[in-house]
Ligand binder design. Sequence first.
Ligand code: SF4
Ligand code: SF4
Length: 165
Amino acid sequence: MSIPTNGVPVKEELEQVIPPAEILAKGPVVVVECFQNIPCDPCAASCPSGAIQPFEDINNLPTVDYEKCTGCGLCIASCPGLAIFVVDINYSDKEALLKIPYEMLPLPKKGQVVAGLDRSGRKVADVKVARVQRTKNKTNIITIIVPKDLAMVIRNIKVGDEQNG
Ligand code: SF4
Ligand code: SF4
């Protein structure tokens, strides 16, 4: 499947990669929003559980065995396309927990409120940073607390823009 020219996946594409409701209900799980057939496969090697399956052809899209995914998030920083997220839909009654890749500086701080952005970069909510994980490469992992109904909408943050709609 090709990616739209503006780089924002369409509903039909997202339906292919969002885990089934019964999987989401079990706890944190990976969401791999990879839509381009390019020669790339570090996500599979990074997964200690074998949930992202070995590629038969390096140009294939990733395939995920959700039953094997622990939601650890180790695959997030391996992806040069910033296409991997972890969603815990049941963090609380009204909130979900998201792990997202983040390459901008400065990094947010734990407890900081930042702007939650949708896939097109539009601010959709203020969200709270729960954890900041620095990694060995330039892709850090930020855990954010988001409104539950935006768990599949928010995919980025902007630090320092939380007061501007
Ligand atoms: S979140 Fe962890 S277990 Fe799940 S696919 Fe990524 S590396 Fe594998
Ligand atoms: S590492 Fe990222 S861009 Fe590369 S195949 Fe895996 S999900 Fe797609």
